[in-house]
Design a protein around this ligand. Structure first.
Ligand code: PMP
Length: 399
């Protein structure tokens, strides 16, 4: 056995979890991504999807993707920079810029690539990136690739953010990067205070709206829109892998900024462009989102319904106000057990465990779709409550 094989063969955690029957990853879905899916031939209620508006299997979205395949084929066989730009990319970019409330936008092949490419290309080694400790991994990878100085602040702690801003050379560029909705805890960033501090210290702001678009704001225009602060935010990032029902991502900002990114972001220039089918699916999803605001309203209504039920039953759910509902377990092993037992009972949820979070912060991530029925919500909440009780996870019901 060579040295690499030797090192890797000592990594046996997945095998141990599989042997214990609590391995929760790579569950094989054999059907479309709906509120119910088929896994191992069995129907399971889906509460682990990011398809917030339930559009991944909408007939119009599927038809748009099919038509794009007929017209353009299945792939672009090149980067946007060279031979991979379609007229449909350009048309969608224009609509996305308008949707985000910015002058211009460009599409990347994944949201991860947006954060990686954008954050790493903007700043020099004397500049600063200031970021929330619970930001998404793709933001953190972008920061690692940037030559700029990295300054992290405690999650949503605005005094800590201000201390970081005071630490910077006032003459240098400062970019604050933050998730609009935090992807595991479902809470919002304190955008009003972030923008106030940014103005005071002459910093720029970038907001990741991966979980904000389709969820918050007027017609799902996101967290920046929700706070009425779109004009104060310099860069707005979105992904297509959630409300937009496909895969890909985009960044929106001023013409000057987007022009620079278009010619410098390496994950944009050196990677093949978004497929024709995904581009068309996003265009159709956007059209439906704007045409049917009742979808966003239904999602928000179901979010309120579940939040109230979980709170009444004494679940610890942190500060969420979105369809991402964290159910804190605060024990790695029990978090795996809850996931496995719920799956056995026909409810799919995602475990969030160490090292993604501290062992005392482990949780079940319960996420909603606009298309869930109230009956599905009630069934899931009943089953989750029963499993939490069975495993002695503390609940503190309200009187
Ligand atoms: N940002 C956030 C906050 C996310 O949650 C995700 C995906 N989980 C991404 C970026 C990356 O997006 P994509 O799935 O399009 O790569």
């Amino acid at each position: 056995m060579n040295l690499l094989e030797q090192k890797l063969s000592s990594y046996t955690e997945p095998q141990k979890a599989q042997a214990a029957g609590i391995y929760p990853y790579f569950r094989k879905i054999e059907s479309e991504q709906d509120t119910e899916v088929i896994i191992d031939g069995k129907k399971v209620l889906m509460f682990g999807s990011n398809s917030y508006l339930g559009l991944t299997n909408h007939p119009e979205v599927k038809a748009a993707a099919r038509e794009a395949v007929e017209k353009y084929g299945t792939g672009c066989a090149g980067s946007r920079f060279l031979n991979g730009t379609l007229d449909s990319h350009i048309a969608l970019e224009k609509r996305l810029a308008e949707f985000a409330g910015k002058e211009d936008a460009i599409i990347f092949s994944t949201g991860f690539q947006v954060n990686l490419g954008v954050i790493s290309c903007l700043l020099g080694r004397e500049d600063y990136i200031i970021w929330d400790s619970l930001n998404h991994a793709s933001i953190i990878e972008g920061i690692r690739l940037s030559p700029a100085k990295s300054l992290r602040y405690k999650h949503n702690d605005m005094a800590a953010l201000e201390r970081r801003l005071q630490q910077c050379d006032p003459e240098r560029i400062k970019l604050i990067v933050v998730d609009g909705v935090f992807s595991m805890e479902g809470d919002l960033c304190n955008l009003p205070e972030i923008c106030r501090l940014a103005e005071q210290y002459k910093a720029s702001v970038m907001v990741d709206e991966a979980h904000g678009f389709g969820v918050m704001g007027d017609h799902g225009r996101g967290v920046c829109n929700h706070f009425g602060l779109t004009d104060k935010v310099d860069l707005i990032m979105g992904t297509f892998s959630k409300s937009f029902a496909a895969i890909g991502g985009f960044i929106a900002g001023s013409k000057t900024t987007i022009n620079y990114i278009r010619h410098h972001a390496r994950s944009y220039i050196f990677s093949a462009s978004c497929t024709p089918a995904a581009t068309a699916a996003v265009g159709k999803s956007l059209e439906i989102m704007l045409r049917e605001p009742e979808r966003v309203e239904a999602l928000q209504e179901k979010t309120r319904y579940c939040l109230e039920k979980f709170r009444k039953r004494g679940f610890e759910i942190g500060h969420t106000s979105t369809p991402i509902i964290p159910l804190f377990v605060r024990d790695n092993e029990k978090t795996f057990r809850v996931t496995a037992e719920l799956f056995h009972e026909g409810v799919f949820v995602n475990p969030v465990v160490a090292p993604a979070v501290a062992p005392e912060d482990t949780l079940i991530r319960f996420s909603l779709m606009a298309t869930h029925t109230y009956e599905q919500l009630d069934t899931a909440i009943e089953k989750i409550t029963a499993v939490f009780r069975r495993l002695d996870i503390p609940l503190h019901p309200q009187a």
